[in-house]
Design a protein around this ligand. Structure first.
Ligand code: CA
Length: 236
């Protein structure tokens, strides 16, 4: 790690904050802590963190609202939601929250540290990629086009609102058309996950979300297709 990165922990259970702080600092991160949503929002604005670990159930303001508020203010800091419920994955990864990732409690510290590292690297990489990209709206297939400068995706001339995660998966698959990738490989290559836990479902959720946004009939997709038992590919 070149410059020291700062992680903001927003969590009201002190013992969880303590163990997160201890482990993150041992990995070389600086930490900021907030014990309620309002203070978390304030520290996110003023502390310039490189990543936020955000609990959902918090006093004063719930985690979802903290994340939504930051995004509405144009703040794109990576946010990992700490959720107690796997069923919340859809909500967490969906547009309505604007989070980048989630991890379910109880989490393994090893996996959490891996996620923190992956999300910080991913943000650095996409910033670098955006800086060197000189392409403007490139037609991809059918009615779909991607502007890699502005990170905008257009479907039949209409701008499609994608999360960062959805955009990255789409551009990765579209730049290797007709090649089938397994979920594990997509986790590693698109999102730079060095350690794979049980969360390959993240890929399925992201594919489903993408289909809802770019396919005319998400039940009969024409862009992102499933090769049963193998993985996903972008068809042209
Ligand atoms: Ca809580």
């Amino acid at each position: 790690m070149d410059a020291q990165k700062t992680v903001l922990i927003v969590e009201d259970e002190k013992n969880i904050v303590d163990i997160l702080r201890f482990n993150l600092q041992r990995e070389g991160y600086a930490t900021l802590e907030a014990y309620d949503g309002a203070d978390g929002l304030e520290k996110a604005r003023t502390g310039n963190p490189d990543l936020i670990l955000l609990d959902v159930m918090l006093p004063k303001m719930i985690g979802f609202d903290v994340c939504k508020t930051l995004r509405a203010e144009g703040n794109h800091v990576p946010v990992i939601i700490l959720t107690a419920r796997e069923e919340e994955a859809d909500k967490v990864l969906g547009l309505e929250i604007g989070a980048d990732d989630y991890i379910t409690k109880p989490f393994s510290m090893r996996e959490l540290i891996a996620r923190v590292g992956a999300n910080i690297r991913r943000t650095a990489m996409s910033a670098a990629a955006a800086a060197v990209s000189a392409e403007s709206a490139m037609p991809v297939a059918g009615d779909l086009s991607i502007n890699t400068d502005s990170h905008q995706v257009y479907c039949a001339g209409q701008s499609v609102d994608l999360t960062q995660r959805e955009y990255e998966l789409l551009t990765f698959l579209a730049s290797h058309p007709n090649k089938v990738y397994s979920r594990v490989v997509l986790m590693e290559q698109v999102w730079n996950y060095g350690y794979i836990g049980d969360d390959v479902r993240t890929v399925d959720v992201t594919v489903r979300r993408l289909r809802e946004k770019i396919e005319t009939d998400p039940a009969k997709p024409i862009y992102i297709l499933t090769r049963r038992g193998v993985g996903y590919y972008f068809a042209i």
